[in-house]
Design a protein around this ligand. Structure first.
Ligand SMILES: C[S@@+](CC[C@H](N)C(=O)[O-])C[C@H]1O[C@@H](n2cnc3c(N)ncnc32)[C@H](O)[C@@H]1O
Length: 258
């Protein structure tokens, strides 16, 4: 995990025990994960990769949707320990394989997965372009890449007051929601998370236009962005790997007549 900063990893190690009682209590987070599962269009026996799986909330939703095989990676051993306890408890060892690995160091073989998904994790990756390219390579032809993220651009100089105002605008609603649904512990953690976004030099959140550009540059087609109803600053992007190229609507029409 050479490329994940020590600070970042330690911060998540520290959060792991409280994760399900803080962000895991926020209904908006579950709605985001549900939208990711829906947009992924998962089918029975699909091979799924969950990047930055944390305590497994997204992976478990995929399995709840249909029988599939999941590889789940995260750079935090503590997050994975909690996920592994759930896997053991629900007897899911044959269906989910967890590994401690950072997104930057992924080395899956080409054309391995039907779906690669990630929720509120990839914004922590400093150099996003090579990671998106690896994701493209690891997908099968026709495979789907789906992310659920906050549509927030934190790029720019740390001492720029306009940047600060822009970030605070997003965080206000998020902090009120955390307080309402998870109480003081959730607020405290999300407040700390927000401060990390403001002062962290390098691990930038980006807006969905930027995510879309990254996906286009990696070769993805049919890129669609869906806002989370009622929480417009959270969105889901779904993109498809189509090695034969994008189908024109007349081609889809003639196929449907076969
Ligand atoms: C906010 S949590 C999201 C967990 C889960 N995906 C969810 O939606 O509940 C972010 C997760 O990403 C992991 N993470 C952060 N940077 C990472 C990286 N570079 N590679 C892999 N995992 C990373 C953290 O350890 C943490 O578990």
């Amino acid at each position: 995990m050479k490329q994940v900063t020590r600070d970042n990893r330690e911060w998540f190690q520290d959060w792991a025990n409280e994760y399900d009682n803080t962000l895991g209590k926020v209904k908006r987070h579950h709605k985001l994960l549900d939208l990711v599962v829906r947009e992924a269009g998962i089918q029975r026996n699909d091979q799924v990769l969950d990047i930055g799986c944390g305590t497994g909330l997204l992976s478990l939703k995929f399995l709840n949707e249909t029988d599939c095989r999941i590889t789940a990676i995260d750079s935090s051993s503590e997050m994975l320990r909690i996920f592994q306890e759930k896997i053991d408890k629900f007897n899911l060892t044959g269906k989910i394989h967890c590994a401690q690995q950072s997104a930057e160091d992924m080395d899956f073989r080409p054309d391995q997965f039907d779906i690669i998904a990630s929720t509120v994790a990839l914004h922590h990756v400093k150099f996003k372009e090579p990671v998106i390219k690896k994701i493209y390579d690891s997908l099968k032809d026709g495979g789907r890449f789906v992310i659920g993220e906050i549509d927030m651009d934190t790029t720019g100089r740390l001492d720029d007051p306009q940047r600060l105002t822009r970030i605070l605008k997003y965080l206000t609603g998020e902090l009120a929601l955390a307080m309402r649904e998870g109480g003081v512990p959730a607020f405290e953690r999300m407040y700390d998370n927000g401060k990390k976004h403001i002062l962290n030099d390098g691990e930038y959140c980006i807006g969905f236009d930027q995510w879309k550009d990254l996906c286009t540059n990696a070769g993805f087609k049919n890129i669609e962005i869906s806002p989370l109803k009622g929480f417009e600053s959270f969105k889901v992007l779904a993109a498809t790997k189509l090695q034969g190229g994008e189908m024109r609507s007349d081609e889809i029409f003639s196929l449907s007549r076969l």
